[in-house]
Design a protein around this ligand. Structure first.
Ligand code: PLP
Length: 456
């Protein structure tokens, strides 16, 4: 017990989790059912299987099984880049002069550069099992598309990515990584789908949006025999796959008898946060342990801290099921001065319910302070963090500095979701002093809320 904790705590292969955790089974208040967008009735597995693979549709609606076996083939794939290290941030602690003990779980150790591969391989695996030919998806910044193209290459599945046109043009290297792994990448809006043609006609020269790319990907899947659509966050199935992060973290901490006081994650659609915190939040719900759990979101896209808890569309095209979630409205458009990811209008229904029940708390941070924290972290810990991940870094540093004032030796764990090599334009803006902060006014948020569907 007095043994010094190493800089990096690794698990052996045999210590790695063999099941994912489905926290819904332990939640007293389950998330509200997701609804069929046509009938507005709770969607069934059969209906959901028209969009997603059947096994994934089952996982999406499963609120009774706490543990779901990770198929052997996925376990083997995980072994190529997992377990991911849980690092004790000794160097950061020293630089801050804090008595706090800081740990971070780093998910950037794979070519996609983020945690997204954890779910991409699972979704591709079930598609392959079902005998499908391929999958379609959208990508904004490109991490999800990259992760999915890696998983599809491994399983020999066709992968069609609709990439928001502005990213397609501004992030040519992400695009080439996807193509190198065999994916076809189409700038969206394209002329290959009806939705794309319509949008191009109505808004000539548009640089595209995530909402439009989703609608194109869904249409493309429906139009081709043997294809399904897959999504990289928000859905409960994705959150389940991402629990590999939290389960590994828990096993590693238990090895050294470390109990965290505070657990921090960045929140875009909520899957990485939900995955990191699920095992801890589960213990909290079951009355076994107590933790402070903090979701961090950008002040420019504040779905938890300023959004409404309501049924909303998951996509702008309104083809996906409706979910009850903290949301800014599917018509909310984040400011173009916002550089990182985490732009999604809504939040995972599981994370939303945990927040509504007070199991987790949420805070928002402004982007210049996020990049300042990213830079500080990079210089002492030697990892160039993704802007998304740096939201968690910012709050971890703030909490560690509070400990410095009070002298408390709290243990802080945060999720470092990925690397920022493809975000150098944003870093450049920060380094040049050209980055600004943007906080939407209440009036601007009202415009988004006005797009909420009338359900209930
Ligand atoms: C996609 C992404 C996020 C956001 O993850 P969610 O699970 O949607 O909250 C955070 N960090 C990185 C590096 C990402 O690529």
């Amino acid at each position: 017990m007095s043994e010094k904790i190493p800089y990096k705590i690794y698990l052996t292969e045999s210590e790695m989790p063999k099941q994912w955790y489905n926290i819904r089974a332990h939640m007293n208040n389950k998330p509200a059912p997701i609804l069929n967008p046509q009938t507005l009735k709770p969607i069934t597995v059969d209906e959901l299987s028209e969009i997603f693979c059947r096994e994934l549709a089952i996982q999406e609606l499963d609120e009774t099984n706490a543990y779901i076996d990770i198929p052997k083939e996925i376990q083997d794939f995980y072994k190529m880049y997992r377990p991911s290290p849980l690092t004790r941030a000794y160097c950061l602690e020293k630089a801050l002069g804090t008595p706090a003990k800081i740990y971070y779980k780093f998910e950037g150790n794979n070519t996609s550069g983020s945690h997204k591969l954890n779910s991409a391989i699972a979704q591709a695996y079930y598609a392959k099992q079902q005998g499908l030919k391929g999958v379609t998806t959208e990508t904004g910044a490109g991490q999800w598309g990259t992760a999915l193209s890696m998983a599809c290459a491994y399983l020999d599945l066709d992968c069609q990515v609709y990439m928001v046109k502005v990213s397609y043009e501004q992030k040519p290297f992400r695009r080439e990584v996807m193509r190198t792994f065999g994916a076809s990448v189409t700038p969206s809006p394209s002329m290959t789908t009806n939705v794309g043609k319509k949008i191009n006609r109505e808004f000539p020269g548009t640089s595209g949006s995530l909402g439009c790319a989703i609608s194109e990907a869904v249409e493309a899947a429906a139009a081709q025999e043997g294809y399904r659509y897959v999504l990289g966050s928000v859905l409960s199935q994705v959150l389940i796959h991402q629990t590999i992060i939290g389960l590994e973290t828990k096993i590693a901490l238990d090895k050294y008898n470390v109990k965290p006081d505070i657990i921090i994650g960045c929140a875009g659609g909520g899957s990485n946060l939900g995955g990191l915190i699920s095992p801890f939040a589960g213990e909290k719900i079951l009355g076994k342990e107590d933790y402070r759990i903090i979701a961090v979101e950008p002040a420019s896209c504040p779905s938890l801290t300023r959004g409404r808890y309501a049924y909303d569309y998951c996509d702008t095209g309104k083809v996906c099921p409706l979910a009850k979630m903290y949301t800014l409205g599917s018509g909310f458009i984040p400011s173009s001065s916002h550089s990182g990811g985490l732009r999604y209008h809504g939040m995972s229904s599981i994370v939303s319910q945990l927040y509504d029940d007070g199991i987790i708390e949420a805070t928002s941070v402004e982007q210049t302070s996020v990049f300042a924290a990213a830079t500080q972290f990079a210089r002492v810990e030697g990892i160039l963090p993704a802007p998304e991940s740096s939201h968690a870094i910012k709050v971890a540093i703030d909490e560690a500095l509070k400990c410095k004032e009070t002298g408390e030796e709290k243990t802080i764990v945060f999720g470092l979701t990925g690397t920022g090599y493809f975000d150098m334009v944003a870093y450049q803006r920060f380094n040049d002093g050209d980055m600004s902060d943007y906080i939407p006014t209440d009036e601007e948020l009202e415009k988004g809320f006005a797009t909420l569907p009338k359900v209930e």
